[in-house]
Design a protein around this ligand. Structure first.
Ligand code: NAP
Length: 280
């Protein structure tokens, strides 16, 4: 008898912008898997019911995106270490009748740097711009890979201080005014703010103080080449854009729902990049 079709989803509100269906659809085709990946708009008032009933509706699991990532945390039966540390969930699946959850953004970020800037984790000092959800994933990735001097810089310093308190260790919180000092010996500069996103102009850090060997990365991927990445490239610095994080964070979920580990290929990267360029 043929295996029943496996089904997964991405849920958020709104959800029309999500590129996850493009990524998972590519992998389903590439691996010849009889499966589907649906885009589902779930308003906040319906989210708890959605999570508790996705299995009865025939789904093996799925991705959770804005604005539900934090709300999912108390609704699942078990969370891995990354979801606990980041305080948000982006992947759920059913295991022995229980809802399990992970946050794969830190894995996605670290893997994209492994691919595009090998040796990045030998950095001594990192400056992280932003203190929101993406910053928490990036800080978790840095900490997990042994980078201890992490300087979190945020417009709202209190939010940076809360993040530093929660992660502990050598993580410090700073205002934008402190950037010239903080950048002068930074090995890594990472933008996790929505600054530089299409339609969101704002003050960018001055890169002239950065050492020549600094790696500059931006988790924003719309546009593919953000103003920060352009400025870093113009200075001759190594740069890493946000598309690799987007692609790699998707792989663990796909394996959970469909049973095969997918590859982040050059073809997939071209496909998703072209889609971003069309939209941007
Ligand atoms: P978030 O939780 O809303 O945090 C937004 C951050 O941006 C906060 O630190 C905020 O500072 C800062 N910010 C916003 N406008 C600013 C401005 N004009 N000047 C200075 N700082 C400003 O958002 P998020 O979930 O972390 O997402 C941030 C970005 O990361 C988005 O562009 C998202 O698309 C991208 N992202 C990419 C990936 C990927 O896979 N590549 C994954 C996740 C997120 P305050 O605290 O002061 O408001």
């Amino acid at each position: 008898m043929a295996e029943p079709e496996r089904r997964a989803f991405v849920c958020g509100h709104p959800i029309s912008h999500s590129r996850s269906p493009l990524i998972h659809g590519y992998w389903l085709d590439a691996l010849g898997i009889e499966g589907s990946y649906a885009r589902i708009d779930v308003p906040p008032a319906e989210f708890a019911h959605f999570i508790q009933s996705f299995h009865a509706a025939g789904y093996a699991g799925g991705n959770i995106t804005i604005p539900h990532k934090e709300a999912a945390l108390p609704l699942v039966d078990s969370r891995d270490e990354a979801a606990e540390a980041i305080g948000a969930v982006n992947t759920v699946w059913l295991e022995d009748g229980r809802i399990s959850a992970s946050n794969t953004d830190a894995y996605g970020y670290a893997t994209s740097l492994d691919e595009e800037a090998p040796g990045w984790d030998q950095s001594a000092a990192a400056v992280v711009l932003g203190a929101g959800g993406a910053a928490r994933a990036v800080v978790h990735a840095l900490k997990t890979r042994g980078i201890s001097d992490i300087r979190v810089v945020n417009r709202t310093v209190l939010r940076a201080a809360e993040l530093a308190d929660q992660f502990g260790g050598f993580i410090t919180a700073h205002s934008w005014d402190a950037l010239p000092d903080l950048l002068s010996d930074a090995d890594l500069l990472i933008n996790t703010t929505s600054l530089g996103m299409a339609g969101k102009p704002g003050r960018m850090p001055d890169l002239s103080d950065l050492p020549d060997a600094t790696i500059v990365s931006d988790v924003v991927y719309v546009p593919l080449e953000t103003p920060l990445l352009s400025a870093a490239r113009a200075r001759g610095l190594k740069t890493v854009g946000g598309i690799g994080m987007l692609l790699h964070q998707a792989a663990p979920g796909f394996e959970r729902w469909f049973g095969k580990r997918p590859q982040v290929t050059a073809e997939l990267r071209r496909l998703v990049s072209a889609d971003v360029e069309r939209a941007g």
